[in-house]
Every structure is written in C-alpha cells, then in structure tokens.
Design a protein around this ligand. Structure first.
Ligand SMILES: [Zn+2]
Length: 166
C-alpha cells in the first residue's frame, strides 16, 4: 500500500475541500465499485477520476466530479460484455440541511443538491454518479439481440438494485 491517504475512502468534507482550493485526481479500479461489480466485465479496468472545488454564485461549496475511461460492462440489451465509454461530469452543490435546499433545486437536472450532514466518501459519490449514468440500452453499436430478457431469465440483479435504491 502507498503511504498516501486513500482520498476515495475518506469521508469527503466539501467545505474543507473548497478551502483547500486544489483539485484531487487519480485512478480507481472497477473492483471498488461494489454495487456495480456484477455488471462489470473486467474488474481490473480503471477509470480516471477528478474532483474540483467550486463555489456557486451564492457562495455555497460545490464539487465538480469527473469520471472518465472505458469500462467493459454487461450490455443490458444482449448481456454480452461490451466497452462503455464513461464520460461523467457532474456538479454537486452542498447544503447544511435538507430544509435549506429550495424545492426547485431538487428538480434541477444539471447538478445534484446534497446534504453535508450525511457523511459520504468520494468513492461512494463517484459510484452514485456511475450508477445514475449506467447505460439502460445497448452499450455498443451493432448490438443485434432483440432485448435483455432471454427465456426464463430473471431481471438483471443490477436493475433490481437500482429499483431498491429508490
Ligand atoms: Zn449488446
């Protein structure tokens, strides 16, 4: 193990991060995305991650998350492993409490409002964004099969998981 602290595994402090005023970045092995693992074809694949500190015009702490690379995933359409080009960029805006989030901002689609009282690691944040962006249809050109449901095949464990999240 390296002597450097594992930035992904620490509880993320968005206020301290903005004060630090420096981006963090690194590589993350697909194996660390435990909730997605069953749908990943090669757990040794890595993605590049980056998080940048920002402030909203109102002065709120915000974090711009990026996750990029090619991940071999189980195609939801034909169930073969196919490369998915991941290009996620998402702004997370942090609020002291859920009550502080104006209602219209919960419906905002271009960024996420989060409450900073709920401890979360950077890895968990990145995994949430990965799951939200996960392909629901064919991930590759020329996917020929008509659909994911083969005879007697149950729902993919992943789609069940996504439903449980709600
Ligand atoms: Zn396919």
């Amino acid at each position: 193990m390296s002597e450097h602290p594992d930035l992904l595994a620490q509880v993320f402090d968005p206020v301290a991060f903005v004060r630090g005023d420096a981006p963090w970045s690194g590589k993350v092995a697909a194996a660390r995305f435990a909730r997605a693992a069953e749908q990943i074809g090669d757990l040794a694949a890595t993605l590049d991650w980056r998080v940048e500190p920002e402030r909203t015009p109102e002065g709120r702490a915000a974090s711009r998350l990026r996750l990029e690379g090619v991940l071999p995933v189980v195609c939801p359409h034909c169930l073969a492993v196919a490369p998915w080009t991941v290009a996620i960029e998402r702004l997370v805006v942090w609020y002291r409490s859920a009550a502080a989030i104006p209602e219209e901002e919960l419906e905002e689609e271009n960024w996420d409002a989060r409450v900073m009282d709920e401890p979360i690691t950077l890895l968990e944040l990145l995994e949430e964004e990965l799951l939200l962006a996960w392909p629901q249809g064919a991930v590759h050109d020329g996917c020929a099969l008509p659909g994911p449901a083969q005879v007697g095949e149950p729902l993919s464990p992943f789609s069940v998981l996504l439903q449980m999240e709600r």
